[in-house]
Design a protein around this ligand. Structure first.
Ligand code: FMN
Length: 234
């Protein structure tokens, strides 16, 4: 729809008119590299009654490839006076802070970095509000969250589907942790739900307190290095 700016305006106006709650919008920066229109769409959104705008700094054509362009988020921020939330490639507190510095955005939205690492939200929140970094989750807390997640998967999808979905989630939770490669290899062959729970419990509860999980992906914003103070010990 980003290609048809008049349609964008019509759709937003229709939605805003038909509900009595604040309407927010999330957009990409344009259809493709040659037709970026993030500023125009941001202005249309504001003029059409949108109360808060989130910008994922990639084009539609990019899907999830390449880097999110945080300068483009800044273009939207400069174009409107409604709050603008930046999104794309935030992987930790340092990258959240850097996105705000580059784009001037009013807040951040964390996407894929939360997969298997919901604690990243506490880390980002602490750094942006000036609070102390929360303690890294101990093995027992980590397992509590993983097992609760598995429980909800089973409750929502049934054990058959949950067993398939659990693989990717549990493997995400183990990413970057000690012994994760060996754990991944054995865990992904399991099909029995109870066995999956037992093996995962054994792994997560067996983690010591001295493993470091580096959450900054090296392919993202190569100029940005992990801040040693922000490395999460798990
Ligand atoms: C599994 C998955 C589901 C998503 N679903 C939605 C969605 O329903 N609506 C949406 O606006 N964005 C959706 N996104 C995009 C994310 O909200 C986000 O814009 C994108 O992942 C970029 O942020 P990140 O680099 O922090 O991951 C989804 C992304 C993933 C990986």
């Amino acid at each position: 729809m980003l290609k048809d700016e008049k349609l964008v305006a019509r759709v937003i106006e229709a939605v805003v008119k038909s509900v009595d709650v604040p309407v927010t919008l999330k957009i990409r920066t344009g259809w493709d590299e040659r037709s970026k229109n993030v500023e125009t769409i941001a202005r249309i959104a504001e003029a059409s009654g949108i109360q808060m705008l989130t910008v994922h700094g990639r084009t539609r054509a990019q899907m999830f490839s390449g880097h999110a362009n945080w300068e483009d988020i800044g273009l939207a921020k400069a174009a409107v006076s409604i709050p603008v939330i930046g999104n794309g490639d935030i992987v930790d507190a340092a990258s959240a802070r850097e996105m705000i510095r580059v784009s001037g955005c009013d807040g951040v939205m964390v996407g894929r970095a939360v997969q298997g690492n919901p604690w990243v939200l506490g880390e980002v929140h602490a750094v942006l509000t000036g609070a102390h970094l929360p303690a890294a989750p101990a093995a027992a807390e980590r397992w509590l969250i993983v097992s609760e997640h598995l429980h909800h998967l089973a409750e929502h999808h049934g054990i058959r589907t949950a067993s398939k979905l659990a693989r990717k989630h549990v493997i995400w939770y183990s990413k970057g942790l000690r012994g994760s490669a060996e754990f991944r290899q054995s865990f992904q062959t399991l099909t029995d739900w109870q066995q999956m729970l037992d093996v995962a419990a054994g792994y997560f509860l067996g983690l010591g307190a001295h493993v470091h999980q580096h959450v900054l992906r090296p392919d993202i914003h190569s100029g940005l290095h992990p801040d040693p103070e922000l490395t999460v010990a798990v």
